[in-house]
Design a protein around this ligand. Sequence first.
Ligand code: G3H
Ligand code: ZN
Length: 287
Amino acid sequence: MKTLRECVKEAADMGVAIGHFNISNLEGFHGVYGAAKKLNVPVVIGLSEGEEDFVGKSEAIGMIKEIREKENFPIFLNADHHYSFERVKASIDAGFDAIIFDGANLSFEENVKITKQCVDYARTVSKDKKRDILLEAEIGYIGSGSNIKESIPEGAGVLTKPDEAKKFVELTGIDMLAPSVGSIHGLIKSGKPHIDGALVAEIKKFTGIPLVLHGGSGLRDEDFTTAIKSGISIIHISTEIRLAYDEALKKSLADNPNETTPYKILQPAVDAIEKVVENRLKLFNGM
Ligand code: G3H
Ligand code: ZN
């Protein structure tokens, strides 16, 4: 079975991107895995701090590892947007394949300091336990929260400077970088700005490591293709999945007021997530 690092390298060589999708429950898992399996492409399941607390670390790891090993399928687990060394450490200890330390709101110096602490710990555990843990970090700010927003929040959209990104990568030794290149976390009712392809290419050239695009929900198809062509290797989608789940579940409950069997009530929500993920995966994988 390939490691996530190998899958990321392979995606870059092929000029495609791996899809990363956040889930909160088993329905989310089935929707994401169902789509990836149908298309036979690698996929990353993401759990933010809140999602991780709700799903449970061991439960999530048990599910992903079992599928990966038994089904021989390249599915990986990422601890998404973790805000402290303690939370990063707990996810590393629990067995996550990749972790994101999010210090985007900190000063450059503080972000470097904690990111480096996370990288050092990931390296030690990788060596001792013969694992290959990927550590991702961010600079530049794309706002927070996978939710629906009227407009771009104050202070969000601070683009990453290529020379600062280079320095950050050199000082921390991270495996992957999440730059700010035009996307914003959440679905913006008034629309999202375009992805700055030239900026992505410049950051890629300056850093030389895999780049991860966050805030994918609501971007136009051409923005994704520009991002991938310019050097993005993983793309995060969350709000679109939450919305699909929410709408399908509300409709299912309204259409079947006498239904009490959870798996019957919830199947349309799984199908709705699968549809969103399948469409995004096709685009990211050039299908
Ligand atoms: O880490 C999660 C993502 O960056 C999701 O962003 O909610 O805009 O799709 P999104
Ligand atoms: Zn994100």
